[in-house]
Design a protein around this ligand. Sequence first.
Ligand code: SF4
Ligand code: SF4
Length: 84
Amino acid sequence: MHKLSKETKMSEPVCLHCGLCCHYIIDGKPSKIPCKFLVRLPSGKTLCRIYRNRLGKDIGHGNKCLMRKDTKRNYPGCPYNGRK
Ligand code: SF4
Ligand code: SF4
């Protein structure tokens, strides 16, 4: 059973853990390929396996992991949509 880290709870209190923002951006668009560090739980929610060390990491397909607010994208149902 995975537990959310204290850091996760404090920094992203409204994240729904849908994982949509953790799909690779390919040719400038979100793809259907999830990040290799994304874990999907039996509940359907997702967690990052390297959460504490994720930022700036090369994660594959020419992508680096960014803060959610720095992705400047909207995802269906995401509470962070439109935030600066
Ligand atoms: S798209 Fe939004 S709700 Fe879904 S995992 Fe990313 S930050 Fe959380
Ligand atoms: S490394 Fe970044 S993109 Fe990959 S699962 Fe973790 S938070 Fe999501």
